[in-house]
Write a protein that binds this ligand. Structure first.
Ligand code: FES
Length: 140
């Protein structure tokens, strides 16, 4: 599935459904902007751009990204060193500035959940199709 873009006056939100593991940080924090029962489900002008950016930076899978309309606005920066958190039955939780290389494709990222069970249909990312879905019952 292609990445969908949602344009606001001050910020554009990008969403990759294939990478979403339904952590739901977005819908829980600012439901006026992110509401999966509404179409379109993202309304960037329903919130403050800085708040939207802050919430998106907490999206662990990297399914959500943003870009300010103002070209002088800072881009999202991943911290260094990046961290990879592991727990039994969960994907690999990657946070920080990384270069993900897979099948000859390289992707710069600041957040990602990588599949460690082998069930995903979207390698190398977790698509929440394997036993990893249990992690939601044990939130961090
Ligand atoms: S870890 Fe989630 S699909 Fe493999």
């Amino acid at each position: 599935m292609a990445v969908k873009e949602y344009y606001g006056n001050d910020i554009t939100v990008r969403f990759d459904l294939d990478r979403c593991i339904h952590a739901a940080v977005c819908v829980r924090t600012i439901p006026e902007v992110f509401d999966t029962k509404r179409r379109p489900w993202v309304l960037p002008d329903a919130g403050e751009a800085d708040q939207i950016a802050t919430v998106i930076r907490r999206c662990p899978s990297g399914a959500l990204h943003y870009e300010y309309t103002d070209p002088a606005a800072p881009l999202e920066q991943g911290h260094l060193p990046a961290t990879v958190r592991t727990a039994d039955g969960e994907p690999l939780w990657v946070e920080g500035s990384v270069l993900i290389a897979h099948d000859g494709i390289e992707l710069r990222e600041t957040r990602a959940t990588l599949c460690r069970c082998g069930s995903t249909g979207n390698q190398p990312f977790c698509d929440a199709s394997g036993p990893c879905t249990e992690w939601r019952h044990h939130p961090h």
